[in-house]
Design a protein around this ligand. Structure first.
Ligand SMILES: Nc1ncnc2c1ncn2[C@@H]1O[C@H](COP(=O)(O)OP(=O)(O)O)[C@@H](O)[C@H]1O
Ligand SMILES: [Mg+2]
Length: 415
């Protein structure tokens, strides 16, 4: 049966149940079939309607693509999760911080890597212990994914972690919450704790230093702590740390003793800081990587009149770079909107002119709170080029267009 996941069923990754549902279905979306406009014309109206809906869903669920930047993150994060998880000693685990601007793919890339780790971790468990009887031990939760609350404080951060497990936390004091988090991490065998958007903590507040202290305490629980945020170096998160040139790690002092750490784990904490960068357009390799990404993207699109080099031909790579600054999430939003427009107007292809008419509005992207530094600057859609002024009455105009003109009379298959 075709799994056509509709919006009502989008799993909320911030609970174990939702995370698991997402993990198990994350690659199961089936894009609309490629058909020709002739085949489309032969369909009954209802079939056409369904096909258009399926196309829209396809453009709203564009697949993740490997990029040189995400590959590097994958390499480092995968190795660290695996090495840490396989260690049997009770010492603290080195953590990971992922920094980058908004819409650059931090969340999606990290979740994908963590989900792939969990898949193989569970596989290994079943392989080593095929006779384990379900229900005889606590629920196994190898990965916990938590979004930092918008006004993060130590208590609300602990509560958000406990919410992932569905653990009770009503009316608890901070020490009780801390104990409860440690118990949850331990009892559920959690190997990876991801705290996304950690830079929502404003580091000048005394509370937030306490939260950091608290987070570092969780690193002694055989758990790899993964902190994700916007511009971590300038957030204050590294303030208490020292950079170690030899290992490339950031080193932090052990957390205060009152956070329940055992004596033997009162050691320094290490983090590797990884930058997830946007694409660049000033070297041949950078341009090639961007164009390659556009090529992957255009193959996912389902428009009837799109040439095979719709996004990679002519000036298009440069144009799209200028519109997005090489940020994958902005590119995806722009192209999705362009596809909607191309289908609605019947042009069925994406041109510079169509893209010029789309202004990205990041103020109300579903599921994203409006937090200033999490929303990147969006270059304006107004092209920095000379525009021909057009007469209002076109009846007597010469309709001939110069050969290289950016025509407004794009092919229209639906007419
Ligand atoms: N490697 C990629 N290939 C294709 N799309 C991507 C890639 N990385 C991110 N995206 C898309 O970009 C958008 C923003 O990604 P997200 O992970 O939420 O960014 P961030 O957490 O950095 O703000 C998402 O819709 C995601 O699907
Ligand atoms: Mg994010």
């Amino acid at each position: 049966m075709v799994q056509f996941i509709l919006p009502e069923q989008v799993p909320d990754r911030e609970t174990f149940e939702g995370w698991t549902r997402w993990r198990l279905t994350r690659h199961s979306f089936i894009p609309a079939p490629r058909i020709s406009s002739d085949e489309y014309e032969l369909m009954r109206p209802r079939e056409q309607q369904l096909h258009d809906l399926h196309r829209a869903a396809t453009h709203a669920n564009l697949p993740m693509q490997d990029t040189p930047m995400s590959n590097e993150l994958t390499r480092v994060m995968r190795a660290r999760l695996q090495n840490n998880a396989l260690k049997l000693k009770p010492n603290t685990r080195a953590g990971l911080m992922i920094t980058g601007g908004g819409f650059q793919g931090k969340t999606e890339t990290a979740c994908e890597i963590a989900a792939a780790f969990e898949d193989s971790w569970l596989d290994l468990h079943n392989h080593l212990n095929p006779n384990a009887i379900p229900g005889t031990r606590d629920l196994h939760v190898p990965v916990a994914y938590v979004q930092t609350p918008v006004t993060a404080k130590p208590k609300s951060t602990c509560q958000a972690i406990l919410d992932f497990y569905g653990a009770e936390h009503k009316n608890m004091t901070l020490p009780q919450l801390t104990r409860q988090v440690r118990a949850s991490l331990h009892d559920h065998g959690t190997r990876v704790l991801i705290l996304d958007d950690i830079t929502r903590l404003k580091m000048h507040r005394a509370d937030d230093q306490d939260t950091l202290d608290l987070l570092r305490a969780f690193m002694s629980m055989n758990t790899t702590l993964v902190l994700i945020g916007v511009d971590i170096p300038r957030s204050g998160l590294l303030r208490a740390g020292k950079y170690d040139k030899h290992t490339g790690d950031w080193i932090f002092p052990p957390p205060s003793a009152n956070l329940g750490d055992r004596k033997e784990t009162q050691t320094e904490r290490r983090f590797k800081l990884i930058h997830l960068e946007p694409f660049r357009y000033h070297t041949a390799a950078g341009i090639a990587a961007w164009t390659n990404h556009l090529d992957g993207l255009q193959q996912s699109l389902r428009l009837f009149a799109s040439p095979p080099d719709m996004l990679t031909g002519g000036r298009m790579p440069e144009y799209l770079f200028r519109r997005t600054n090489g940020v994958v999430g902005l590119l995806e939003l722009l192209v999705e909107e362009a596809c909607t427009e191309a289908i609605a107007t019947g042009t069925e292809t994406i041109t510079e002119q169509l893209l010029d008419s789309i202004a990205l509005n990041l103020g109300d992207v579903p599921g994203r709170p409006r937090i200033d530094n999490e929303i990147p600057d969006v270059p304006s859609s107004a092209p920095p080029k000379r525009r021909r002024s057009r007469p209002r009455n076109t009846v007597f105009d010469d309709r001939g267009l110069p050969p290289d003109s950016d025509s407004e009379h794009a092919p229209n298959v639906a007419s």
